[in-house]
Design a protein around this ligand. Structure first.
Ligand code: GTR
Length: 415
């Protein structure tokens, strides 16, 4: 137990739901000096000189993130089966249409179904798409009674969120009205978001004989969720109404971390949008501002691979930082967004992550992040392939955020 009067300046005492307390930095003055690895330098000190070099360096960075942070997807075989649960049906009061698809992932050990809800404008397409997980079930993103209720087996112990209860975060009409399709899946369809020792969800489907948990370098839940997003993209490749080469993967908070890892590990995603993704997302780990590696691993032991725990309170030892995760998305369009009251996600650290990745965009011949210094609240500059804003208000994804993402994606499609 740490007494309040012992809290050093620049820190605050954070109590997690299980009662464990952590000292976390909540003021710039407490951030210790740190050194960021250069994404354009090989680990042996050699400089990245051309596109060919970058491909090698990129592979090295991707492998390190997989091995030490998010975890590698096991190599076992699986099949994918796509079931039309509802054919294209007029929806949204004539503004668009709706389709629901079951994506079944099957291995020798069993199967799991992720239910995709897809809205599109009323024509024949193909439309560019936003794809992102929802936290509370497809039926919560819009009040439409035809949308299937979430039904993952482990939900039986939890109250189901009411229909339409997360409309403020989804803005279906706004997206479809702007000429985009919008796909969403309940993230719990792929893996439940609690520490179950990886006994439910997708992990056990990939265990070898006698295996009971992923190996230390194998996938945690974020990597599993990212894998699920790639399977939705597999489906888009078969769907004539959407343009599978124009899919922006989007996510808020832990699902923003997921969107970033999906975009980094699957280059078929044409654009990536990280909303308030914070620690383990766009924010630099080595600043340890707000939520840090030890706290995130304690609170959510299932999000990252076991190897990541060796960096608890040892961020300085990480062979990478999150600017390099963002650099893996280059030269594709990337939007990193923060909110000013979301200190826990370290807005400045998210900005510095984007700033650090910008060098790679420029190396690859693209305009990176337009602003060199931390921008004022609510200020926009969408002229680069990399965008950043810090919005007034708290940890959330709002219609205003969506408006910027629509404008950014549209602008980049036109290029
Ligand atoms: C918090 C967590 C953050 C963020 C957030 C969310 O509890 O500390 O890393 O992901 O949850 O997903 O809403």
């Amino acid at each position: 137990m740490i007494e309040n009067n012992q809290t050093p300046p620049g820190y605050t005492l954070v109590t997690r739901p299980d009662g464990t307390q952590f000292l976390c930095i909540n003021d710039e003055s407490a951030v210790k000096p740190y050194r960021l690895p250069d994404p354009l330098m090989f680990s042996d000190g050699r400089e990245v000189l051309d596109d060919f070099d970058w491909q090698h360096r990129r592979d090295q960075i991707l492998k390190d993130f997989a091995r030490y942070m998010y975890g590698e997807v096991p190599t076992g075989e699986y099949t994918l089966q796509l079931t039309e649960e509802e054919a294209w049906t007029p929806a949204l009061n004539g503004l668009g249409q709706r389709k629901q698809v079951g994506i079944t992932i099957e291995t020798a050990r069993g199967q799991l179904i992720a239910h995709l809800l897809l809205h599109a404008p009323a024509g024949n397409g193909p439309y560019p798409v936003f794809l992102g997980y929802n936290f509370t079930g497809n039926h919560t993103v819009h009040p439409d009674p035809a949308i299937r209720q979430a039904e993952a087996p482990w939900l039986k112990n939890y109250p189901l969120a009411p229909r339409g209860s997360s409309v403020n975060r989804w803005c279906v009409e706004q997206v479809v009205g702007a000429g985009f399709a919008l796909g969403t899946i309940f993230y719990g369809d792929i893996d439940p978001d609690f520490d179950d020792g990886f006994q439910n969800g997708i992990h056990p489907l990939f265990y070898h004989q006698g295996q009971t948990e992923p190996k230390p370098h194998q996938w945690g839940s974020i990597a599993a969720w990212a894998f699920g997003l790639s399977r939705a993209l597999d489906y888009f490749e078969t769907e004539p109404l959407v343009n599978a080469s124009q899919v922006a993967v989007i996510g808020h908070s832990r699902l923003g971390k997921t969107a970033l890892w999906a975009g980094a590990s699957d280059t078929r995603f044409a654009a990536v949008i990280s909303n308030n993704s914070g620690c383990g997302g766009a924010a630099l780990s080595k600043r340890a501002f707000g939520e840090n590696v030890q706290v995130i691993n304690h609170s959510f032991p299932h999000w990252f691979c076991r190897n990541f725990k060796q960096y608890d309170a040892r961020e300085h030892a990480l062979p990478f930082d999150q600017h390099m995760l963002l650099a893996l998305i280059a030269p594709r369009p990337l939007y990193v967004a923060s909110a000013v009251d979301d200190w826990w996600s370290d807005p400045r650290g998210e900005f510095l992550g984007a700033r650090g990745a910008s060098a790679v965009y420029e190396f690859l011949g693209e305009k990176g992040l337009p602003m060199k210094t931390f921008p004022p609240l609510d200020q926009l500059d969408l002229s680069g392939k990399l965008a950043y804003h810090i919005r007034s208000g708290g940890h959330d994804i709002t219609p205003w955020d969506w408006e910027q993402y629509l404008a950014f994606f549209k602008r980049n499609l036109a290029d």
